[in-house]
Design a protein around this ligand. Structure first.
Ligand code: PEP
Ligand code: MN
Length: 293
């Protein structure tokens, strides 16, 4: 392993906890679930999703507004209008939001509207972007490159840490291999290794790892069982109508059923699901802070 001075674990209970807001953290005892569509498509779509997820154990919302698409002719995301949609549901439902940045110029607007900035697989080694995110004052969700080794992944995180941002969460989202039955191959061995090698929280994305909705629930439970600090999962009110990644989108019912099924798995390894106080009528003071931020 190259010298990951800042990412390396220095002792067995050395771990970083990354806060998305006062109420929601990644890497503490509670396991986090982040849910939402591949892409933000409209305010109505995000409200429908947030309405359902805010009454479940899902603690944060996802949704891409700058989309890395294989074809330049595919939907590229709603851009700034999508950020406004995220800001609106964030405020209405008191849930933090995570969205992708693909370019340095997007960091400032995304920081103004979102709680966590995602670096997608295709940009894991965009070193200029990583350096700029080191100077951002929001946490970063760094997804593993399509064919990145564990060492390359850790060193990409090191770039962000070395440039001043200590709030980095790693995300295993599957790597390329020879079998095209699944979109990618979910590398749970990497999850265990990353937890041993680094003090950073590690979450798993079983949606992009498999590309098939019927494989997601079992792999989500497996990820929690092997020590992942959380999950990021795609869902949609009308999965087949998703503008992107329709084949892997869960229905909202399937999503809440999946999340409920994680509770005994988390309990078996001495953890629990983070509670979503947004579902309580009485808002906590922490939540009011999020709402007014
Ligand atoms: C996404 O999360 O929508 C995404 C594009 O993921 P990845 O970068 O892992 O392919
Ligand atoms: Mn997607």
């Amino acid at each position: 392993m190259l010298n990951a001075k800042l990412a390396a674990k220095s002792h067995s209970d050395h771990r970083t906890v990354v806060h998305l807001c006062e109420r929601v953290a990644i890497g503490a005892e509670d396991v986090i679930v982040i849910g939402g569509p591949c892409a933000v498509e409209s305010l109505e779509q995000m409200q429908q999703i947030a309405q359902t997820l805010s009454t479940s154990y899902v603690q944060a919302l996802r949704g891409g507004v700058y989309k890395p698409r294989t074809s330049p002719y595919s939907f590229q995301g709603m851009g700034i209008d999508g950020l406004r949609v995220l800001a609106s549901v964030r405020q209405q439902y008191g849930m933090p939001v995570v969205t992708e940045v693909m370019a340095i110029a997007q960091i400032e607007p995304v920081c103004a509207y979102a709680d966590m900035l995602q670096v997608g697989s295709r940009n894991m080694q965009n070193f200029e972007l990583l350096k700029a995110l080191g100077e951002a004052n929001k946490p970063v969700l760094l997804k593993r490159g399509l064919a990145a080794t564990i060492e390359e992944f850790v060193m990409a995180a090191e770039y962000i840490l070395a440039h001043g941002n200590p709030n980095v969460v790693l995300c295993e989202r599957g790597i390329r291999s020879f079998d095209s039955y699944t979109r990618n191959v979910l590398d749970l061995g990497a999850v265990v290794a990353l937890k041993q090698l680094t003090h950073l929280p590690v979450i798993v994305d079983p949606s992009h790892a498999t590309g098939k909705r019927e494989l997601i629930p079992d792999l989500a439970r497996a990820a929690i069982a092997c020590g992942a600090d959380g999950l990021i999962i795609e869902c949609h009110p009308e999965p087949e109508q998703s503008v992107s990644d329709a084949r892997q989108a869960l229905s909202l019912n399937a999503m809440t059923a999946l999340v409920d099924s994680l509770a005994p798995v988390a309990a078996a390894i001495g953890r629990k699901l983070g509670s979503n106080s947004a579902k309580n009528d009485e808002k906590t003071s922490a939540e009011k802070v999020l709402l007014t931020r």
